[in-house]
Design a protein around this ligand. Structure first.
Ligand SMILES: [Zn+2]
Length: 125
């Protein structure tokens, strides 16, 4: 990450730190799009497998290139499909481990972050 929080905490960018404090923000529309695309991709894989066309499916799907091994267990193929259909959606979110301020990426592939901190939510949203 390479940035420091307002509270003085310096991000180290280590894997445990990232795994504990990084997440994703998806809008409801992005989540619906992801579920729809993932379901379609998984269904096409399942149909091809059931029809004995599993190998041919790898040739035509956009989610695996020719370098990818094809002897993967079905669960790994589905894992890749779930991941691949989600990659282009949402933005990263980090929560400072020290003060718990939340940083939201401005948009995908940028290094601009909006900072938020806890506020009490009163009244109507
Ligand atoms: Zn902080």
């Amino acid at each position: 990450m390479g940035f420091g929080c307002e509270c003085g905490y310096a991000w180290k960018g280590t894997l445990p730190e990232i795994r504990l404090n990084e997440g994703e923000y998806l809008t409801l529309i992005e989540r619906e799009q992801w579920l729809e695309e993932a379901s379609e991709a998984i269904a096409s894989f399942a149909q091809a497998s059931a029809s004995g066309l599993r190998d041919q499916w790898f040739d035509v799907t956009k989610y695996f290139n020719s370098q990818y091994p094809r002897d993967l267990p079905d669960s790994e193929v589905i894992h890749v499909l779930l991941f691949a259909t989600r990659m282009d959606k949402g933005v990263h979110v980090y929560r400072c481990p020290q003060c718990r301020r939340v940083y939201i990426q401005e948009q995908q592939d940028t290094n601009w972050w909006m900072k938020n901190q806890y506020v009490e939510r009163n009244g109507t949203p």
